[in-house]
Ligand binder design. Structure first.
Ligand SMILES: Cc1cc2nc3c(=O)[nH]c(=O)nc-3n(C[C@H](O)[C@H](O)[C@H](O)COP(=O)(O)OP(=O)(O)OC[C@H]3O[C@@H](n4cnc5c(N)ncnc54)[C@H](O)[C@@H]3O)c2cc1C
Length: 426
């Protein structure tokens, strides 16, 4: 059997490694436009299924690792089209143009950075980050610049701002509404903002109306205010990269992503898709959902890898939002639904907040109408992952929060403390 995978991000790389694990005989070829080795690590979620990670080599997807797994890696090469009836794709790279046959094809083509439709985004000094090669080229160009603007305060915007600040740049972070609006409750955004370093210039509630400059960026205009800047990095999300899927005639959904079923199969037999390029169905509501995050791409890659290798296992956690990052010395953990995503999915929910003063941690827990824990967020200076794991475990098991409380509210802890000293309080 010949398995061909397009894309060397967490989705494609995890699928390749998993397919090899389940099928020692198949030919596996991974094709990517990228030229540099991938060092991203979201594939670590595979360790949930295979605790003995030594055999997985998920710690890196270097060229050597893939070669040890007998995955043929074709880099610097674009898949320009194909024919799903004759099961072939057209590729173009350093060794010219050719056609490749497949039995099973996986599209893991990722996302395309979404840039707001405002004047000036075509100026020199406007950047988006897509591949590692892009990022290193941008790093070189930024080295001579001092005042930089990052637009967008999701995980990637915050990570980028942190990195630039650590390089000694003057960094402005422009935030349309609030920090990580989609993932965090409002008071959690406020909590996170309070933990940002004072050297970072944060402009909350501001949208760029244009990028100023003639040939090169000179600043960014936020309505009636202009910030002088040498470069602007738009970290304002991605839209699914469906160019190849469309050429192959694969069905595209209402949200603009490739439609896949629970096994990551597209509308065409023997073509599968995972990662930022797909739209899946919310496990609670069945509504279409875009979830452009690395850990989801890796989990979906694991599912697709099993399926294309001929396995029948179906994982229940493919759709789970699970993000952990440590930014500005703060653990940020996001699991399942926030009130923003629950609202978008038409779910009825309530949110409770807890503080653990001993750990300086703040936690938000989102429960459904029936009291089931459907999501949670943690902001903590340390040990956030431990709390996150407890939330994840309850969300995955469909636990009713009252029956399996996580942290006790401050007044309940105080009452317990007083009762232990003075006896029962009526
Ligand atoms: C700065 C930054 C920080 C981030 N931080 C986090 C984080 O902390 N946690 C998290 O979960 N997520 C994070 N993300 C998001 C995460 O990186 C993406 O969700 C993830 O990479 C998506 O994986 P993917 O496999 O779908 O596609 P990608 O990683 O986007 O890979 C797509 C691949 O497809 C290839 N490709 C596309 N079209 C073709 C073609 N026609 N021919 C050949 N090759 C093609 C590309 O070359 C590339 O290799 C971050 C993103 C950025 C930019």
């Amino acid at each position: 059997m010949k398995i061909v995978i397009v894309g060397y991000g967490p989705g494609g790389a995890t699928a390749a490694v998993t397919a090899r694990l389940f099928n020692s005989k198949s030919e596996i070829t991974l094709i990517t436009e990228e030229t540099l080795e991938s060092h991203r690590k979201p594939g670590a979620s595979m360790a949930l299924e295979f605790p003995d990670t030594s055999g997985l080599n998920i710690e890196d997807w270097s060229f050597d690792t893939l070669s040890e797994k007998r995955v043929e890696l074709i880099t610097g090469t674009q898949v320009t089209g194909g024919n799903s009836k004759s099961k072939e794709i057209h590729i173009e790279g350093p060794s010219g143009k050719k056609n490749l046959q497949y039995d099973q094809l996986l599209l893991a083509t990722g996302g395309i950075p979404a840039v707001p439709d405002i004047p000036g985004t075509d100026l020199e000094g406007v950047f988006t980050i897509q591949t590692i090669a892009d990022t290193s080229a941008i790093g070189n160009q930024l080295s001579g610049m001092q005042s930089l603007v990052v637009v967008g305060a999701g995980f990637s915007g915050l990570e980028t701002a942190e990195r630039l600040l650590s390089l000694g740049k003057d960094v402005h972070l422009v935030v349309r509404s609030r920090l990580m609006r989609k993932q965090l409750e409002e008071s959690m955004s406020v909590e996170l903002q309070s933990r940002l370093p004072t050297q970072l210039n944060v402009h909350v509630g501001k949208s760029p109306t244009s990028v100023a400059g003639n040939e090169h960026v000179e600043g960014i205009v936020l309505g009636d205010e202009t910030i002088a800047a040498d470069a602007v990095l738009f970290m304002t999300g991605v839209r699914p990269n469906i160019e190849l899927a469309e050429k192959l005639g694969v069905k595209i959904g209402k949200l603009g992503g490739i439609v896949v079923d629970d096994l990551m199969k597209t509308s065409i037999d023997s073509i599968f898709a995972v990662g930022d390029c797909v739209e899946m169905k919310d496990s609670l509501t069945g509504k279409p959902l875009l979830l452009p995050i690395g850990s989801t791409a890796a989990r979906a890659g694991r599912q697709a890898g099993v399926t294309i290798a001929g396995g029948s296992k179906k994982y229940d956690d493919t759709l789970r939002r699970l993000q952990y990052d440590r930014i500005f010395d703060t653990d940020i953990v996001v699991i399942g639904h926030s009130s923003t995503t629950a609202n978008e999915s038409g779910l009825k929910f309530s949110v409770q907040y807890f503080e653990d003063p001993t750990e300086f941690a703040k936690v938000a827990l989102v429960t459904s109408e029936s009291g089931q824990l459907i999501g949670g967020q943690v902001i903590a200076p340390r040990m956030g992952a431990r709390l996150g794991y407890e939330i994840l475990e309850r969300v995955e098991s469909g636990a009713i929060l009252k029956e399996r409380p996580l942290l006790k509210p401050r007044h309940a802890r105080l009452r317990e403390y007083l009762e232990s000293t003075f006896g029962p309080i009526q």
